[in-house]
Write a protein that binds this ligand. Structure first.
Ligand code: SAH
Ligand code: SF4
Length: 442
């Protein structure tokens, strides 16, 4: 156990001279993209290039790209066969050359509170190797329904309170795998715009017809539904991984997710959460332009060094400076500061006061997150009274401070509890598998 953080029951935490956890770990695998990448996740320019590869003349490409875009992201087509506005010959050529793969759903769990968790399977690095898994969580509310999307398998960072950070296998997701999570959610929820033959979840007369198999017969329409006409209204990049460590793919994916002629989720409804990768925060503002959330979790560098070891590279002052400079931050587009409530560690009234002092001048929201315990953790969630007292200080200083109530606890879907089964495979087992795959090829 890290001696710098005492168990919550003990006297107040003392910082000793025990060594700190490393800032980050080295990924054990390198991901090699498949030779035939899926068309899902390609930009318009990349799609045009792909069409060029199969001989579509340049002057026809723009129109063809638009057709494909439409079928993929407006209608949710899963096969070329259903793209009836595309000529048969072109469909056949596309079919031969390109997959349309999205992540495969291997398990769906539905919580008593309506939260859904999908375990998604992604190809492994080498043939014969066990595939990788990520989780994607859907959290419906009365006014919105948020999809929590992963950016990496695991995470190379080592935040001491986060279960995902304990995963040994880490790889970046491709843009297609990130966009694919949104598409899979729409598939599973029946949330593509109505096409003939598909039921309209909001219309009672349609509710019995032809829905995909939902767990225990529970349809999304049976649970809480957000207002408006879509079942996924908001996206948060708060699943597994540090999105700013997979910048290019996250950027390309979010361009597709927010594209008005496709998946069409407004940039104001997409939030990217980072543990504070300072040099990339500015780029995120300039090149992605979605809302920013920062995992602060402590008001002093000595404590943040322990909770979020990346703090030793980019300290609180540097993180806050990057926030002050974040393009587009305004009272209408506040930066969210996430603050996990850890009993006896960071939850005192003095901490709360220091927090509001620290954020002075930044258009901010403060998101207090009750700690979600996981097996083997040394932390405990703050007592409810303490969270309320903390929240009052923050509220009295003029900040909205919604306490993010843990959702989906019964299915382990809450923050920081996303950890896939891939982790169970040791490096040796993976090497053995790889060796076997090589032998098979011989
Ligand atoms: N890597 C990014 C985004 C993913 S984590 C980041 O760190 O911001 C999403 C949020 O959940 C972060 O604020 C993270 O600190 C928080 N979190 C992680 N583990 C948690 C836990 N066990 N309980 C509560 N929140 C946790
Ligand atoms: Fe990674 Fe975020 Fe977990 Fe830290 S809190 S280990 S950055 S996923």
């Amino acid at each position: 156990m890290d001696a710098r953080v005492k168990p919550a029951h003990d006297k107040p935490m003392s910082l000793s001279t025990a060594p700190l956890a490393p800032i980050e770990k080295v990924a054990e695998e390198r991901y090699v993209a498949p030779a035939k990448p899926s068309l899902v996740g390609l930009s318009r320019a990349q799609l045009a290039e792909a069409l060029g590869e199969i001989g579509v003349p340049e002057k026809a490409r723009k129109m063809r790209v638009q057709q494909l875009w439409n079928w993929l992201y407006l209608r949710g087509a899963k096969t070329f066969a259903e793209m009836t506005s595309v000529s048969k010959d072109l469909r056949a050529a596309l079919e031969q050359r390109f997959p349309l793969a999205r992540p495969e759903v291997v398990a769906e769990q539905v919580s008593v509170d309506g939260t859904r968790k999908w375990l998604l399977r992604l190809p492994g690095e080498n043939p014969g190797e066990r595939p990788h898994e990520v989780e994607c969580v859907y959290i419906p509310d009365t006014v919105r329904a948020t999809l929590c999307v992963s950016s990496q398998v695991g995470c190379t960072l080592n935040c001491s309170f986060c279960h995902t950070g304990t995963q040994r296998l880490v790889r970046n997701l491709t843009a297609g795998e990130i966009v694919g999570q949104v598409m899979v959610a729409r598939d599973r929820l029946g949330d593509w715009p109505r096409k003939s033959g598909l039921p309209d979840l909001r219309s009672s007369k349609d509710t019995n017809s032809g829905l995909p198999e939902f767990v225990n017969g529970v349809r999304p329409a049976d649970g809480v539904l957000p207002q408006g006409d879509r079942l996924v209204t908001n996206i948060v990049m708060m699943g597994m991984g540090e999105p700013l460590y997979n910048f290019d793919n996250v950027r390309d994916a979010l361009h597709i997710v927010t594209d008005g002629e496709g998946l069409g989720i407004s940039k104001r409804r997409v939030t990217l959460s980072t543990s504070g990768v300072v040099p990339m925060i500015e780029r995120a503002g300039a090149e992605i332009g979605v809302l920013l959330a920062v995992s602060l979790h402590a008001v002093r560098d000595d404590l943040r060094d322990v909770l979020v070891p990346l703090n030793r590279k980019y300290n609180i002052a540097q993180v806050l400076k990057a926030c002050r400079n974040y393009p587009g931050a305004s009272n209408a587009r506040r930066i969210t500061f996430e603050y996990v409530m850890l009993k006896g560690v960071n939850d005192s009234i003095d901490d709360a006061r220091a927090l509001v002092r620290l954020l002075k001048g930044i258009p901010a929201k403060i998101n207090l997150i009750p700690f979600n315990p996981w097996p083997g953790t040394k932390y405990e969630c703050s007592d409810w009274d303490q969270i309320e007292t903390f929240s009052e200080v923050v509220f009295n200083a003029g900040y909205a401070s919604p306490v993010r109530t843990p959702r989906g606890r019964d299915i382990l879907a809450a923050c920081g509890q996303l950890k896939s089964a891939t982790e169970k495979l040791t490096a040796r087992e993976r090497m053995a598998l790889r060796a076997m795959a090589m032998q098979d090829e011989d």
